[in-house]
Design a binder for this molecule. Structure first.
Ligand code: PLP
Length: 454
């Protein structure tokens, strides 16, 4: 594996300039203490102090092909030498090829692609398309979801990140998706949870007025809000509700798409095809900002003779498209989606179940592919979360101490509320996965101390 060389002086200068001038996302500027990163390769990145970290977060669940994949780096360099930018109104080889490949790998007949710079813009445009296509206004989205931080996307989001900016949520209706471990429906089996969640959704549609509902948006497998894998019939059931009332079905695969779940898209596990699918992140592992909406022929037809009122200067940016083409080709050539499925099923899943059996603070393990969560609890019997919902400061100490212990063990974890997610790159090797799981196992002795019988 790549080696970290210590250069603390440069690290200190990078950090000082950052603290003087960079305004960070989601953070109190005087409080945060960002790590200065010197470099990265594959599943690892390293700082200026000689510390190397195995990246079990994939940089916000983004680097599906790992850091600095040589084929993708070369494609960006070649494209930069050829044509750095061109407005969205022109036809250009890399954009055409990226759209063709995305249409090929996305589910069913989603054959046209609207390009954006990331996930939130994809959600914004999918919702706009749905509203214009149906002539209706309301959009349903799930509690325990994340859809991005722009105006519409944050209002759709079903977690506490919405609270401070929830000033314009007119037309958004939230519903409960299935989550058996903390069932909103008092269900005792996946079948019951599925049935009751679908009943609940259809009831809300009925009471809101189906003729006013433009779209239902959900994550095929909920990502940031907990890696919630839906029961077998759930997505197909939502598809049926949408069909019954002429509602557009939007699947947000910004996090779950492009191999993350061990399939090209999470919806593929259940053979469900939405009307619109949003993507970003794994499309090119974020090497250059890129996202988009894959569009069904029916919705595309709405805009055949009527102009689509939306666009972005950088839509289908050549450097982004070149990196997407190289990424999709590399994923096929190197069987990276198959690797994610194999490592998940054979290595990560069994290891996490073993960890859960041995640790007092691990309540539930869920996931598939390289998309897993450990739900940490105070009490395995009651499922009470290890930290309160949206905990901060001293209330969040168990999770903060856990994260620190991981880092001390050379592991960069993904931590959200009372959960840690195991989301390494789709390219992760068996040896790397085992190295990370061992560090995780050790760090969980910290959270066990806060749990009953720990
Ligand atoms: N949708 C989902 C499911 C996401 O996980 C995210 C980001 O994590 C977004 C949308 C927003 O994407 P971006 O941060 O690229 O705007």
């Amino acid at each position: 594996p790549p080696f970290a060389v210590a250069d603390p002086e440069t690290g200190a200068a990078v950090k000082a300039a950052d603290r003087a001038h960079v305004f960070h996302s989601w953070s109190a500027q005087a409080v945060i203490d960002p790590l200065a990163v010197a470099g990265a390769e594959g599943s690892y990145f390293w700082d200026y102090d000689g510390n190397r970290y195995l990246d079990f977060s994939s940089q916000l669940v983004n680097t599906n092909i790992g850091h600095q994949h040589p084929k993708v780096v070369a494609a960006i360099q070649e494209q930069a030498a050829k044509l750095c930018t061109i407005a969205p109104g022109f036809a250009v080889d890399v954009r055409s090829e990226a759209a063709r490949l995305i249409a090929e790998v996305t589910p069913g007949d989603l054959n046209q692609v609207f390009f954006t710079n990331g996930g939130a813009e994809a959600v914004e445009n999918a919702v706009r398309m749905a509203r214009l296509h149906t002539g209706r206004h309301k959009v349903f989205s799930a509690y325990r979801s994340y859809h991005g931080a722009t105006s519409t996307a944050i209002n759709l989001t079903g977690d506490p990140r919405r609270w401070p900016s929830d000033t314009a949520s007119a037309g958004v209706v939230h519903f409960w998706g299935p989550y058996l471990y903390r069932s909103q429906f008092h269900a005792t089996s996946e079948e019951q949870e599925c049935e009751r969640a679908l009943e609940h959704l259809e009831q809300l549609v009925a009471f809101e007025g189906p003729q006013s509902v433009a779209a239902i948006i959900l994550e095929s497998v909920v990502g940031t809000a907990g890696i919630l894998v839906p029961p077998a019939g759930y997505l197909a059931g939502v598809r049926e509700i949408c069909d019954r009332y002429g509602i557009v079905f939007i699947l947000d695969e910004v996090m779950s798409g492009f191999g993350r779940t061990g399939a090209w898209f999470a919806a593929d596990h259940w053979g469900v095809v939405p009307d619109l699918l949003t993507f970003a992140k794994g499309v090119n592992s974020g090497y250059v900002p890129l996202g988009g909406v894959a569009i069904s022929p029916e919705i595309a037809a709405t805009f055949a003779t009527r102009a689509y009122p939306g666009g972005l200067t950088y839509s289908g940016h050549p450097l982004a498209c070149a990196s997407a083409v190289a990424t999709i080709n590399a994923m096929r050539e190197e069987r990276i989606v198959e690797n994610a499925a194999d490592i998940g099923e054979r290595v990560i899943g069994p290891a996490l179940r073993d960890i859960a059996a041995r640790h007092a603070s691990v309540g539930e393990v869920r996931g598939l592919g390289v998309f897993w969560a450990l739900d940490l609890v105070k009490d395995k019997a009651t499922h009470e979360p290890l930290v309160p919902y949206n905990a901060a400061g001293a209330d969040n100490a168990p999770m903060a101490e856990f994260a620190a212990a991981c880092k001390k063990g050379g592991l960069w974890p993904f931590v959200n509320m009372n959960r840690t997610h195991v989301v390494p790159p789709c390219t992760v090797t068996e040896a790397e996965a085992k190295e990370g799981l061992a560090a995780l196992d050790e760090a969980l002795s910290v959270t066990d101390r806060y749990a009953v019988n720990g």
